[in-house]
Design a protein around this ligand. Structure first.
Ligand code: ATP
Ligand code: MG
Length: 279
């Protein structure tokens, strides 16, 4: 599969018939926000890392086709998936997290993917149906901002166990995340909880906490939406440095561990329902 193959009908592909039958994925969790740049990809990555540290088999499907960030966070050097007759193998990170992203298929990481919605949807379906994920306890799906094509494809075509919402302190982010929550409710996809990113900054010299983007509204937002509040992440320059270096797996576990634990505790233990086909 290369980016142009997004134009093929995935229903006709022999890989579809093989790969999707071979996969045994227990929980599929989408990470969404509605708002751009609030840390969806970071939360997807840290969630995958925390679950992997708990010895789960974990994959990340990067559903952000036009602005993929996951490979940059996990791979310090160019990484490429390999193919076999039954489908495409995801690339494994240093700690064994399986990753599939459009950026792993592009010749240049900064090459633009300028596709309309139907092609984007098809590419996401191919990542679901034609990739040999194997047996996974958790597949984390990193969504782009917004509530349009990619989010709709993921919510309608993948067997989601639930969705994690990501917000940030500004009220604007809270307003937009409520739109994403409404989308999940309407489709319907269970909301597993809300994470607030960039909540505060702890000055390394004094240990004093500053709410740089203003006071948090996350707990009120979560309770207004009747969803569990999973926790807060600080603004931490180490996060940005590790993301840029492809070493997010080196981020200290204790910072995200409680959020991942709260999420696992709230995640349904039953297998996800059969996928709802996009109309
Ligand atoms: N808590 C944080 N502390 C420091 N840097 C952060 C934090 N959260 C995010 N960043 C930085 O901001 C960048 C953007 O975050 P991220 O890609 O997770 O946002 P996003 O919501 O997925 O964006 P998009 O809407 O474009 O998909 C990260 O690569 C990281 O460098
Ligand atoms: Mg992102």
């Amino acid at each position: 599969m290369n980016p142009k193959q997004g134009q093929q009908n995935s229903q006709d592909s022999p890989q579809t018939r093989n790969a999707v039958r071979m996969n045994d994925i227990h929980h599929v969790i989408a990470v969404l926000s509605g708002k751009g740049g609030v840390g969806k990809s970071l939360v997807s990555s840290l969630l995958a890392v925390a679950l992997r540290q708990q010895r789960h088999q974990v994959g990340i499907l990067d559903a952000d086709i036009t602005g993929p960030s996951i490979p940059k966070m996990f791979f310090p050097h160019t990484a490429r998936p390999t193919s076999e007759p039954r489908g495409m193998l995801p690339v494994e990170s240093r700690t064994g997290i399986k990753v599939m992203s459009i950026n792993l298929l592009l010749e240049q990481e900064d090459q633009a993917v300028i596709w309309r919605g139907p092609l984007i949807g098809k590419a996401i379906q191919q990542f679901w149906e034609e990739v040999l994920w194997g047996r996974l306890d958790y597949l984390i799906v990193d969504l782009p901002p917004g509530t349009s094509d990619a989010s709709l494809t993921v919510m309608q075509s993948l067997s989601l166990s639930g969705a994690v919402l990501v917000t940030a302190p500004p009220a604007l982010a809270g307003m937009v995340v409520k739109k994403a929550a409404q989308m999940a409710v309407q489709l319907p996809v269970p909301i597993l909880g809300l994470v607030e990113n960039m909540s505060y900054f702890v000055c390394p010299d004094t240990g004093k906490k500053y709410e740089i983007f203003g006071p948090s509204h996350a707990e009120e937002t979560a309770s207004a939406m009747h969803v569990p509040f999973l926790g807060r992440l600080p603004i931490d320059p180490q996060i940005a440095a590790l993301c840029d270096a492809g070493r997010i797996e080196d981020y200290p576990a204790e910072a995200f561990g409680p959020i991942a634990k709260a999420l696992v505790d709230s995640a349904p233990m039953a297998r996800p329902p059969a996928p709802r086909r996009a109309s």
